[in-house]
Design a protein around this ligand. Structure first.
Ligand code: NAD
Length: 247
């Protein structure tokens, strides 16, 4: 479907990995919408960068954990750009703490953004994807969801849940020409890892065979591929982009 006009939608597209993915998708879609949580200046900056790459672009503030808000925001995208063909569930948060001290509220909050958010987005786009006969869903999970990680019971559970979600929707939509995959990033240099102290980061790098932290672009390159026609025969895949950390 190389010549088809396509709309891509990336959650958490204002900064970090989501921004890099949105920019990569400007190569495969002519219209790119991003959802962001609160940083309007960063969202507007991403819109300008997308337009500079020749895409029509739109940023909408939308909390992905709020089902009603998601429905309304996806409708806004549909009105402006038509049906969504490429959905990237990238929005995510952490609220780390050892399980002994983790509140139920912090557990639920992380699951509700990372996992429920992806479900709300998929539900809101599902019919459009089914009807188009071509589509892509890409879920940004984490190596934490594969390996577990002390202090991340909430995050690892949510990210592991995204893998089950990916494989189920992949099976549901396969006959409609829609592929559904997940990427598991390792340690990537973004705002999310900027708060970690140097000692923890040095320790993390020791566990990475390729010997460095990843970049948002490392994830975006894989995302651009999985969302392109080059990846037509890949569905239900869980791709680690982690410098070999989990193997
Ligand atoms: P980041 O904190 O820099 O960006 C997160 C993005 O999510 C922001 O754009 C923010 O606006 C958005 N967001 C947060 N809560 C939201 C909500 N409720 N509704 C809508 N948007 C919301 O993080 P990042 O490092 O770029 O991470 C992006 C994704 O990659 C996340 O899902 C994260 O879990 C995952 N990931 C990151 C790493 C890493 O090392 N940085 C590793 C593995 C997985």
């Amino acid at each position: 479907m190389t010549n088809m006009s396509k709309t891509a939608l990336v959650t958490g597209g204002s900064r970090g990995i989501g921004r890099a993915i949105a920019l990569a998708l400007a190569e495969v879609a002519d219209k790119v919408a991003i959802f962001y949580a609160g940083n309007q200046a960063a969202a507007e900056d991403t819109v300008k960068a997308l337009e500079a790459r020749g895409a029509q672009a739109l940023a909408i503030q939308c909390d992905v954990s709020d089902e009603t808000a998601v429905k309304a925001a996806v409708n806004q995208v549909r009105e402006a750009f038509g049906p969504v063909h490429i959905l990237v569930n990238n929005a995510g948060i952490t609220k780390d703490g050892l399980t002994l001290r983790m509140s139920a509220a912090d557990f639920e909050k992380v699951v509700s953004v990372n996992l429920n958010g992806a479900f709300h987005m998929i539900s809101a786009c599902y019919r459009d994807l089914m009807k188009a006969g071509w589509g892509r869903i890409l879920n940004i999970s984490s190596v934490s969801g594969l390996m577990g990680n002390p202090g991340q019971a909430n995050y690892a559970a949510a990210k592991a849940g995204m893998i089950g979600l990916t494989k189920t929707i992949a099976r549901e939509l396969a006959s409609r020409g829609v592929t559904v995959n997940a990427i598991c990033p390792g340690f990537i240099e973004t705002d999310m890892t900027a708060s970690m102290n140097q000692e923890t980061l040095d320790q993390a790098v020791k566990n990475v065979p390729l010997g460095r932290l990843g970049t948002a672009q490392d994830i975006a390159s894989a995302a651009g591929f999985l969302c392109s026609d080059q990846a037509n025969y890949i569905t239900g895949a869980v791709l680690q982009v982690d410098g070999g950390m989990y193997m």
